[in-house]
Design a protein around this ligand. Sequence first.
Ligand code: CO
Length: 496
Amino acid sequence: MTAYKELEKIFGTISDLGHVSAICGWDETVNMSNGGGPSRANAMAALSLVMHNMIVDPKLGDLFKKAKKLKGLTNWQKSNLREMHDQWQDATLIPGSIVEELTKVNSTTEHAWRELRIKNDWKNFRPHLEKTVAIVIKEATILSDHYGCSLYDSLLMGYEPSFNSKELDQLFGKLKKFLPKFIDKVIAKQNEHTILLPTGPFAVNKQKELGLKLIDVAGFDFNRGRLDLSHHPFCGGVSDDVRITTRYVEDDFTQSLMGILHEAGHGKYEQGLPRKWRGQPVGQARSMAVHESQSLLQEMQICLSKEFITFASKHIKEVFGMDGPEYAPENLYRYYTQVEKSLIRVDADEVTYPLHIILRYEIEKDLINGEIKVKDIPALWDEKMKEYFNLNTKGNYKDGCMQDVHWPCGSFGYFPSYTLGALMAAQLYSTVKTEHPAIPSEIEKGKWKTLNKWLEQNIWSQGCLHDTDKLINNATGESLNIDYFKNYLTNKYLKA
Ligand code: CO
């Protein structure tokens, strides 16, 4: 067996164990009784350790040396080798003692956050977050020494290897210039109309029926995936067994419906990854940003379009047995595309969302690079909320700097992926619409074939064959260009 084949075998086994871990993680959130927590945590930790030990096995270093000299590898094999090598590098760079400390500190801080956020208790949360930041900086120091980049960039790479903070400063700088005035104009325009609220109750089983119907139409494959309940919606599982979740509230069907469509966008990407490369690193999703581009393309570009809402309104009326002006497509569309300056990122619309991300990006970049300290966060948060939204968050930590789970979990460098994904989604959909102008009218008829086929060919089936920049170039003919997003917002919110 060649060194390459041997590596394929090892990484295949690691992926099989990862499969078990993914389904266990889903089960923990969706099904498990509370009492199962501690022993499940032990089981999951044991499995992670087995996987970790397999990847840091010293014999892998030799195998990579030999595999790199092999002639005749196909492009896919070469990319697979590169991805395997990257995973191995990341795993071996950080000593086990730091990995262990990271896991412990992050878990303690996250638990503290769950308790203290509700109480708006920044004072007691701060020391926890300080510990998390300190250990994350320790990790980033090792990574940045190796990769020769800034501390923050070394973390960013874990979520989207194709963009560094210099590029993000440019992209986000342009958005920061464009959005505040644009938002004011949109809000002024939207104030000309009154919006009727659909009022429930909307039975949960009917909401589920509606969600299942619409993601079926969108092409989610139920033979290789399912929809369940969880407190926080997510997309988990593995490519041939995708687990998406949602939660329902009786008096409002609209949020959970779009939530399901968003998660199904993630799910379709997973299901469409190259079948020949299941279980290999090159067969995995490209990055968090590309993942988010697929969910946002489905949710924002398609499902929050007049065409889709026209299609969906028929099903909404039918499922709930409702009929009235509040269910008319024009009203539902206005309802779903309302723009509002708000405190909470997860409730934000697509127009204000990037500013929430930029605010977090600016703070976490300075924090990890050592320009500011944890104690400076609340004041900076207030300052930026004032500047971007003219909103006051003074003393309101719960809906301010304590609102997100990312920092308590030690996930620094994650936030930019959301906005990179939104920019990619706009560029991808603009391209596919130029190539296939009939797509919007097809969507209005519930026909997703042309769109899905294009996405499968250009994005899903590409796995990790190329880096993100090449992937976007191949699909759209150019690198990420913010103008697509600006034009998309302008056409949707000011011109139409
Ligand atoms: Co998402």
